[in-house]
Design a protein around this ligand. Structure first.
Ligand SMILES: C[S@@+](CC[C@H](N)C(=O)[O-])C[C@H]1O[C@@H](n2cnc3c(N)ncnc32)[C@H](O)[C@@H]1O
Length: 197
């Protein structure tokens, strides 16, 4: 199982604002690109992949949308419009939810009003956490067990004060080289590195 968490700090939890932000400051397209590269390969999907999108620009609670590749049905295509429509459907389904509530959206997709910090605490119970960071251990030198979970952000960096807490949960920094990449590009390189093993 490979798990990816995209902490989308600028992404609105209002579906209309999310769509309006494509190509603008909040760059909602990052969500679609990351989903695409995490879940899909040519003519198929990757088995055993889970993606969490954590949208944090909100007036109430962060929304954590979980996509489980093996359970998705009728995803309808991998273009930005289609993938963002799934995100919007989850956001609309979450309207009115209380704190740390959960709803099923469609097969393979659910939404929770869960913060990044609480999500990562939960994942740390049975996953090995890796914080993607240019200054971390080169990925080809890093050992991986059977449930790695890779933590990424959108164009806004991980807040510095979050990092000691992640390290206390066991997160290790892993690098894909000195070039600053998009999260979606990191996902491709992570899959490639793990595919070689
Ligand atoms: C566009 S980058 C974030 C840029 C942001 N301005 C920053 O300074 O972190 C998106 C995500 O990819 C990760 N990332 C980008 N290049 C990387 C690299 N060469 N190795 C490891 N992670 C990388 C970042 O750590 C971040 O989680």
């Amino acid at each position: 199982m490979r798990t990816f968490v995209l902490r989308a700090r600028a992404a609105p939890t209002d579906s209309r604002k999310l769509l309006e932000s494509v190509g603008r400051d909040a760059h909602a397209e990052i969500l679609a690109h990351t989903l695409m590269n995490a879940i899909f390969v040519a003519q198929s999907h990757r088995p055993q992949v889970v993606v969490y999108l954590v949208l944090e620009s909100t007036h109430d609670y962060s929304r954590t949308i979980r996509f489980e590749a093996d359970a998705l049905r009728d995803i309808g295509g991998f273009d930005e419009r289609n993938l963002l429509s799934k995100v919007c459907k989850a956001l609309d389904a979450s309207i009115g939810m209380g704190k740390e509530d959960a709803r099923s959206v469609e097969p393979g997709i659910n939404v929770q009003t869960l913060s990044f910090e609480r999500l990562v605490q939960q994942l740390a119970e049975d996953h090995q956490l890796f914080l993607m960071d240019r200054k971390g251990t080169p990925i080809h030198q890093q050992a991986f067990a059977d449930k790695p979970c890779f933590l990424l952000t959108d164009h806004i960096p991980m807040p510095k004060k979050t990092i000691p807490g992640l390290e206390r949960l066991g997160a290790r920094k892993v690098s894909l080289g000195p070039t600053m990449l998009f999260a979606s590009q990191c996902v491709v390189l992570i899959h490639h590195a793990l595919d070689q093993r």
